[in-house]
Design a protein around this ligand. Sequence first.
Ligand code: DGL
Length: 273
Amino acid sequence: MTDPRPIGLFDSGVGGLTVLDAVARRLPGEDLLYLGDTARLPYGTKSPETVRRYARRAVSLLLSRGVKALVVACNTASALALDAIVDEARGVPVLGVVEPGARAALRTARGVTGPAAGAPIAVLATEATVASDAYGRAIRSLDPSRTVMNVACPLFVPLAEEGWTENEVAREAARLYLAPVVAAGARVVVLGCTHYPLLARTIAAALPEGTLLVDSAASTAIEVEALLGTEGRRAGEAGETHLLVTDASERLRRVAGRFLGREAAALELVDLP
Ligand code: DGL
């Protein structure tokens, strides 16, 4: 027996497509249903109450389309609203990106030796994720000896949505945001927002050579596979990807293609109450 229903993924915008891409590579047979709440983006500057309210509505729409599992492909929603999402999901399994990201950060940090081994793990994230200290809590619960420094990089989200990932504005923003990370000597830097992998090259260039960037997409995809188990997977030919958005513009279509590294599939416009 296999389960033909789609896996639902959700983000405030197109950032979660970096996670969708990793899941599609890992589980090519699965149908994927992605919802980007582009009309309400950004989530990262909003209050926890608002993020929880938006997340519940997004999840309820994906459930109404019959998904078999939910991937919260947004660090902000994972950090602030995971319990509300689990409650809304009524038994459908839910996976956020913070826990897989924290595990990946620790695996990477264990490979750092010498004097740099004691340096803090830096987490780059939205203001809301930073305020929640979700990564710090997740990392310290696995290894209490680790220190974590959170750095809010709010401008990276609009820069990624705009496609301005490798120009002077992006480089200057990275230089300013990352100055404290460089000063602290961090060798492991977590991209704690699903939009940030698009700026990975610019971020790496603003850090000392050899700094290791951690992106939770690949580790999340591995955990999705484990969550489904053999029986929960879909058998047969290549799966299909369907993209839902709450606001669709020409720019969004262009940028979605950039995140996916290929032409974006048709975008379906949906409304959330
Ligand atoms: N992509 C989302 C995240 O991973 C945040 C973007 C936003 O601020 O809406 O945190």
